[in-house]
Design a binder for this molecule. Sequence first.
Ligand code: GLY
Ligand code: MN
Ligand code: MN
Length: 443
Amino acid sequence: MNPYAQRRARVLAKMREQGGGVAIIPTAPEVMRNADADYPYRHDSYFYYLTGFTEPEATLVLIAGATDQAILFCREKNEEREIWDGYRYGPAAAKEKFGFDAAYAIDTIDTELPKLMANVNALFYALGSSQKLDTQIQAWLNSVRAQARAGISSPSKAVDIRVLLNDMRLIKDEHEIAIMQRAADISSHAHARAMRTSKAGLREYHLEAELLHEFRSQGSQFPAYGSIVATGANACVLHYRAGDAELRDGDLVLIDAGCELDSYASDITRTFPVNGKFSGPQKALYELVLNAQAAAIAVTAPGKRFTDGHDAALKVLAQGMLDTGLLNKNNVGSLDDVIANGDYRQFYMHRTGHWLGMDVHDVGDYRDHVPEGEQKPWRTLMPGMVLTIEPGIYVRPAEGVPKEFWNIGIRIEDDALVTASGCDILTHKAPKTIAEIEAVMRA
Ligand code: GLY
Ligand code: MN
Ligand code: MN
């Protein structure tokens, strides 16, 4: 069975546990950018997870009824449109190729859906996620309700299908892990390429171009998010994008960039000296962030909590802030005080990681599921989860902060797969230690 059909079978089993019903999962709409130019099309992640189908204007319907059924609605073949826009499967070929029980033209959905929703207890869909879907469902429901006097009942319950799907998507299967490993490899090569290219006088966009070249030439379809290439003080702007600032001798460059491959994201940050050699103060803060990341990696293992990595990294970073004089002990007190009072936030203002998958900030609850009313603990890590580990330190000029550290911004970000005994760093091919980075940049 193909991995998508396997996932559909699992969703249907979960729907059945909740009394059965009909699930409706549309793909994403096409979006215009300006005039006749549209944004590059990206399908909906939930839809793709269950179909492997990448065309726009498609909807998956799953029926957990007397028998299980998976039905695709998609665009019909259209010779005229295919001359302009390229191949489309059409229902017959899509059914065959992707293993659906039936497939119909998307134009028939308004007549077919009310039939499929007749005498069904529950609807499963992404509640309130799209005005278009909400409006369609209202119309389909009204059409079923109109047949009440003919003895036809309509669904009386709506369940947010994302609750089922998010839990499934949080644990990656073998098919997904293989793609994520390849995406991580491509992005690792891209970071190494940017390091090798760097020299004073180039601009941030030159390094962005190197990243994009590597992504695309290795088969990635898109960057998974807007690439950050930030040199000098720009590295202290968390959501800076690659701009046109000049790379200057003696400055660092922070690159946060990852490719999307076959719908799966990678997410890597590396920070390196423009000229290939870390200065003393840069080295001191870089080692600190590296040690914080190592502490987080050490507690990324099954049975640990999602937040254990953040807590471990924070402890190392906060101690380092005291040791380097970024924070003045006389003003802020002990390590415990710095953590309790949040003084570290002056230099470290984000969390240490997030789930990673088809979406760069992937779906999945960050809290364990517990009976209603009980306090939810942070999620327990399990094999198959993938998360980023990305501590950093950002020093904006301020009174009392040693000048030698001003405008240094450092983040080190890797993608970790939780295994049976610990974690695998999928992005291990991106040079990371000072020795590795300086060696790559010397070569
Ligand atoms: N690149 C997005 C993030 O690191 O969360
Ligand atoms: Mn990230
Ligand atoms: Mn990132």
